[in-house]
Design a protein around this ligand. Structure first.
Ligand code: GLN
Length: 498
C-alpha cells in the first residue's frame, strides 16, 4: 500500500553525478556540511543522489511514504547559490539530505502519521524542528514510514505497509520510527528524524544497527509534532555515527515559544565538539539483566562493558527497583493521553470523512471506524476506559504515582553514577509477522526504553555488536536531564574504542 509507486522515474545526471554515486553513502553529515560550506560538494548533486536512492533502495524497503523532491531540489540549489555568491556564514547541516518521520509537519506535503484518517492532510505550518533544520542548511528529501500515530514496535501498524529491515528483509526494522531507521541504515540519508514516546527512536536504531537519541523531555520543541502521548513525546535524530547524531540534535534543540514545555537546554555548541577521553562512572542496573533478556543480547552488552572497562571507564552495580512496573504505567499514561489527543480526528475539518450524509455522530463513527487501524482503536478504547469516571483513580492516578517513583529511582541512581548502561531491547530484531497478533509480546519490546520516557531523561542507543546470525544489538546509555553531551561523548568513546 506504499505510496512509492507514485514516485517519478529517477533522473540521472552528468558523469560527475555518476562518479559521485559510490561515495555518497560513505560521507558523514559532518563531511557533507564541510564540503558544501567550502564549495567543494554540491548540495544539489547530493540531494539528487539521496532522492535516487530513496526511489530505488528506499522503495524496496518501503521506508518512505512521500518524497519531497521539488522542494528538496530548490533548497539544495539555493544553498549552492549562497555558497557560490559567498559571504554567508557556514551552516552546520549545509546540504545534508535528511528525512522526517511522517508525524512531523512540513508544509506542501502530506503528513499522514502512517494513518488513513489523515488522508490528504497537508499541514498549514512547519514544525519548529523543520524551521531549524532549514536554517541549519539541511535538505528534507522525504517523509518516512511509521507505525500509525507512533503506536507500535515493528512498523507493521502502518496504513502504508511494513518497512523491511535493511540488514535482513525478513526482519522488522523496529518501530515506530522504522522508516527513519531503515533510511539511515541503508545509507539513503546520513541523518533522519523520529519521535520517541516509549522507545520509538532507540528500538529501531538498535534493530537496524544505527545510533538513535531520545532527548530530554523539553529539549526539542514538540510544535508541529503530531501528538501521541504529549507528556512523553520527543523528537530526536538517528544517524550512522556519534558526531552526526550530535549535529542532528544541535540543529533542532532549544527553547521555542510555540511549545510551553520546551526548555533552554544550555549551549548547543558544546555538543558539536564532543571529545573523547572523558571518564565516566557507569551504573549497571540488575533489573535490566534479568529474566526475559535474550542471552545473545546480554553477551554483546557484557562485552561492551568489558571493553569500556579496559578503556578506563568505571562500572558499579545499581538498582532501579520499579523497572518491572514501567510497562504497565506507560501503557496507561500513553494510552490515556492518546485517547484524548486522537479525539480531534472526526472528519470535520481535515482528513478522511466517511458517512457524511447522515447524522453528525454517525459521520464521526464511520470516519473513525474506517480511518483508524486496529492498534490505534485498541489504545483509544484502553485510554478512554482508564480515564473514565470511577476508574481514573484506579488507573491514571496510580500510573502517575508509579511514574513519579520511577523518576525518583533514576534521580537516586544519578547521585552515584554519571550514566547507566543497559540493553536497548530485550530481544533481537524479530521476523515480520512474528508478534503482530500478540500485542502484549509487542509491548514487552519496550521494557527497557519506556522508563526513560516516564522519567523525562535522555538516552541513546549505540550499536554494540551483532548476534551469531548477524542481527544488530543496541546498547542504551541513559543520562541525567539535559546531559546529552555525556551521551554523545560515551557513544564516541565506544565508536572509537577508547
Ligand atoms: N512501542 C511503543 C508503543 O507502541 C513506543 C512508541 C513510541 O515511542 N512512539 O507505544
Amino acid at each position: 500500500m506504499g505510496r512509492d509507486g507514485d514516485f517519478s522515474p529517477c533522473p540521472r545526471g552528468s558523469i560527475a553525478y555518476i562518479l559521485l554515486m559510490p561515495e555518497y553513502k560513505s560521507l558523514t553529515a559532518a563531511e557533507i556540511a564541510a564540503g558544501v560550506n567550502a564549495g567543494k560538494l554540491s548540495a544539489a548533486t547530493l540531494t539528487e543522489e539521496a532522492l535516487s536512492l530513496a526511489k530505488t533502495e528506499g522503495k524496496r524497503l518501503n521506508a518512505f511514504i512521500t518524497l519531497c523532491e521539488e522542494k528538496a531540489l530548490k533548497q539544495a540549489q539555493a544553498i549552492d547559490r549562497e555558497v557560490r555568491e559567498g559571504g554567508a556564514a557556514p551552516r552546520i547541516l549545509a546540504g545534508v539530505p535528511v528525512a522526517l518521520k511522517d508525524n512531523i509537519c512540513y508544509t506542501d506535503y502530506e503528513t499522514t502519521c502512517g494513518s488513513h484518517i489523515l488522508d490528504k492532510f497537508i499541514p498549514p505550518y512547519d514544525a519548529t524542528c523543520v524551521t531549524r533544520l532549514i536554517e541549519a542548511g539541511a535538505v528534507i528529501i522525504g517523509k518516512t514510514n511509521m507505525d500509525e500515530f507512533g503506536m507500535g514496535s515493528s512498523n507493521e501498524n502502518s496504513y502504508f505497509g511494513p518497512v523491511k529491515n535493511p540488514v535482513n528483509h525478513e526482519l522488522v526494522p523496529g518501530g515506530s520510527s522504522g522508516g527513519s531507521a531503515a533510511a539511515v541504515a541503508q545509507g539513503i540519508v546520513p541523518i533522519a528524524y523520529g519521535s520517541d514516546t516509549g522507545g520509538s527512536i532507540r528500538q529501531p536504531a538498535a534493530f537496524c544497527g544505527v545510533y538513535g537519541l531520545k532527548p530530554t523531555y523539553g529539549s526539542v520543541s514538540r510544535y508541529g509534532l503530531v501528538a501521541f502521548g504529549s507528556s512523553l513525546d520527543q523528537i530526536g535524530p538517528l544517524a550512522r555515527n556519534a558526531r552526526d547524531l550530535a549535529l542532528g540534535y544541535q540543529a533542532i534543540c532549544g527553547r521555542d515559544d510555540h511549545d510551553a514545555t520546551s526548555a533552554d537546554c544550555g549551549h548547543p555548541d558544546d555538543t558539536v565538539e564532543i571529545k573523547t577521553g572523558r571518564k565516566f562512572k557507569i551504573g549497571i542496573p540488575a533489573e535490566y539483566f534479568a529474566e526475559g533478556l535474550d542471552p545473545e543480547v546480554e553477551t554483546v552488552v557484557r562485552d561492551v562493558i568489558e571493553l569500556l572497562e579496559k578503556a578506563g571507564q568505571t562500572f558499579t552495580d545499581i538498582s532501579l527497583p520499579l523497572t518491572d512496573k514501567a510497562i504497565a504505567a506507560y501503557y496507561i499514561v500513553a494510552n490515556a493521553e492518546a485517547s484524548s489527543n486522537l479525539a480531534r480526528y472526526d472528519g470535520v475539518r481535515y482528513g478522511l470523512r466517511e458517512g457524511g450524509d447522515g447524522e453528525l455522530a454517525d459521520m464521526y463513527a464511520a470516519t473513525r471506524t474506517a480511518g483508524f487501524g486496529d492498534e490505534v482503536k485498541r489504545r483509544i478504547m484502553l485510554g478512554t476506559y482508564a480515564l473514565s469516571a470511577g476508574y481514573y483513580d484506579a488507573y491514571y492516578l496510580k500510573a502517575s504515582r508509579v511514574r513519579e517513583l520511577i523518576r525518583r529511582d533514576f534521580r537516586k541512581a544519578f547521585e552515584k553514577v554519571d550514566l547507566i548502561i543497559t540493553p536497548t531491547t530485550p530481544t533481537l530484531a524479530f521476523r515480520l509477522g512474528e508478534k503482530i497478533d500478540d500485542p502484549l509480546a509487542m509491548y514487552l519490546s519496550d521494557v527497557y526504553t519506556v522508563p526513560v520516557n516516564l522519567a523525562g531523561i535522555p538516552a541513546i542507543s549505540v550499536p554494540g555488536g551483532h548476534s551469531s546470525d548477524g542481527r544488530p544489538v543496541g546498547v542504551q546509555f541513559t543520562a541525567p536531564r539535559f546531559d546529552e553531551l555525556a551521551l554523545f561523548q560515551m557513544a564516541l568513546c565506544l565508536e572509537r574504542n577508547d
